[in-house]
Design a protein around this ligand. Sequence first.
Ligand SMILES: NC(=O)c1ccc[n+]([C@@H]2O[C@H](COP(=O)([O-])OP(=O)(O)OC[C@H]3O[C@@H](n4cnc5c(N)ncnc54)[C@H](OP(=O)(O)O)[C@@H]3O)[C@@H](O)[C@H]2O)c1
Length: 274
Amino acid sequence: MYHGANNNSVAYNLWKMPSDETFFHYAVVTLFLITPPTYLSCRYTTAPYGRHHRKGWGPTIPSSLAWFLMESPTVWFTLVLFPLGQHKSNPKSIILISPFLFHYIHRTFIYPLRIYRSKKQYPVSIALMAFIYNLFNSYLQTRWVSQYADDYESDVWFWIRFCCGLLVFTVGMFVNVRSDMMLVRLKKKDDNVKNGYKIPRNGLFEYVSCANYFGEIVEWFGWAVMTGSWVGLGFMLYTCANLVPRAVANHKWYLEKFGEDYPKQRKAVFPFLY
Ligand SMILES: NC(=O)c1ccc[n+]([C@@H]2O[C@H](COP(=O)([O-])OP(=O)(O)OC[C@H]3O[C@@H](n4cnc5c(N)ncnc54)[C@H](OP(=O)(O)O)[C@@H]3O)[C@@H](O)[C@H]2O)c1
């Protein structure tokens, strides 16, 4: 017994909690704490890759390799951590982690193949930051699903939440993947137009400049519903902190690049809103 701390004190609770639970607890808090500064830094410094690529960010590697390397923890780390959880054999836990893995198997293996022929370079510094975030986030999401989720017993509530969330997630992933494919195909069509960039048309691009980012945000909103957890909500908010400022920067870039030709009614990322 730790003498010198009463039963309600932080010190007593820290002493009482097993170490992974303590670590997990602080990791969740960290996710929420890093979200506002991430939003602010993305708002004032657009990550220097893709159309915003610029010198001064250190060595670079081909974009497709960067995407493969920096996204890979979401697959291998998830697969390493999942079996360590108490719910590793629970069918509900296995079903719950599947959409997360499905998204990231696509992002890690298929998306880099789609952009394989792009000559774009990606700064190692940015890829490293994304790699560290992906390690951290995979830890959070996987440990929640396979170890800390505590409502696998409540059948009805679990399935209602899972089905509603999965529906939203599926719509989001469809929009995200389809929009990415439309953009990548645009570039392949004519590499001489404004540095290979063209005005995207059709689908949700009629409403927003970054339909792929909108799809991604919808996906992780679905994930937050599916998991019904702080980690799911935190991940969705962090995705917004990352992608909304970038969408605003992309939107501004389109307006500057294409001027009067660019459709006036389009928003940056949220149809009719923003
Ligand atoms: N969860 C997160 O926090 C997070 C963070 C970042 C990205 N992502 C996801 O990762 C995916 C890729 O992100 P991104 O930032 O690279 O997206 P992006 O800037 O829209 O680029 C996607 C691909 O399309 C090409 N492209 C974009 N606009 C084009 C246009 N107008 N004409 C021709 N080609 C165009 C790009 O070429 P260039 O590379 O040459 O520009 C790139 O190959 C997205 O699905 C996004 O949602 C997720």
